[in-house]
Design a protein around this ligand. Sequence first.
Ligand code: NAD
Length: 286
Amino acid sequence: KGKRAFIAGVADDNGYGWAIAKSLAAAGAEILVGTWVPALNIFESSLRRGKFDESRVLPDGSLMEITKVYPLDAVFDNPEDVPEEIKTNKRYAGSSNWTVQEAAECVKNDFGSIDILVHSLANGPEVVKPLLETSRKGYLAAISASSYSYVSLLKHFLPIINPGGSSISLTYIASERIIPGYGGGMSSAKAALESDTRVLAFEAGRRKGIRVNTISAGPLRSRAAKAIGFIDMMIDYSSANAPLEKELSADEVGNTAAFLASPLASAITGGVIYVDNGLNAMGVGV
Ligand code: NAD
C-alpha cells in the first residue's frame, strides 16, 4: 500500500517542503501538507487557480495531488497556548484547529495514520541581526519556531506514525560553522535541531522503531531565504567553492528525503545528511 506523508511548512512552490512533497508523490506517497496560518488563504487560492500547475508536474507527466491542506502554526502546541491577540487576529480567526496538537488530531480523525513526517519550517524574527545584537525575545522566538516546533510535531504525530515510518527535518551548516549573516539565533536554533535529531532518533527508535534524520541543505532561493537577504551571495559562493560547481536544485533535497523515508534507508537514523554539492567538506574557499 502507498505511504502517507504530512509535510509541515509548505506555502508556495519555491521551498524545500514543496520539492519534498513532489519527490514523495513521485514515489507514490499520498501528500498532506501543513501551511502556516497567515499564508493559508493565498496558498490555497493559488493552488485552486492553477498557479502552481507547472510546478506540480511529476516525472511521469501527471500532476502532484495534495490530498488536504491543514492550517498550522507550529509555535503553539494547544489552544491554551494561544494569546488573545493571535486568537482575534483576522488572519487567524478564519481558521481553526491549527495548533500542533489539534493538527495531529485532525490528521488522525481524517486518515488514521501517516508514514512520513516532514518538518520544513523555520522562522527567526531577528535573523538579519548579528547574534551579539539579538534580543532574548528574538532568540527564543527563533528556537521556538525552528527547533521546538520539531520536538512538538514529532511528539504529537508519533502516536499515529506507522511502524517503519520516519521523520525528516531541514537544517543548515550555520549550526556548526560560522556563516555571518545567519543571525538572530537561527544558527543556535539549527544546532539545537541537529542535537535534538540524535536524541529524538533514540527516543522514537526505542519507542516505535521510527527513524529520525535531518538534511543539511545547501542554499536555495526560497521565500524564507530571500528574507535573510544574503541568499544570492551564498549561492554564488557555493558554485565558486563547492566540489560540484552546479547550482543546487530543490529536487535534489526532495529526492534525498524520499530516499531517507524509504526502506532503502532502513538503518539510517539520528543523522545529519548533507545535500549541498559537497560544500561542507571544504576547509577553505578556492
Ligand atoms: P520556505 O519559505 O519555503 O519554508 C519555510 C516555511 O515555514 C514557510 O512555508 C513558512 O510559512 C513556514 N513557517 C514559518 N513559521 C511557521 C510557523 N510558526 N508554523 C508553521 N509554519 C511556519 O523556505 P525554505 O528555505 O524552503 O525552508 C524550509 C526549511 O529548509 C527550513 O527549515 C530552512 O531553515 C531550511 N533550509 C533552507 C535553506 C535555504 O537556503 N533555503 C538552506 C538550508 C536549510
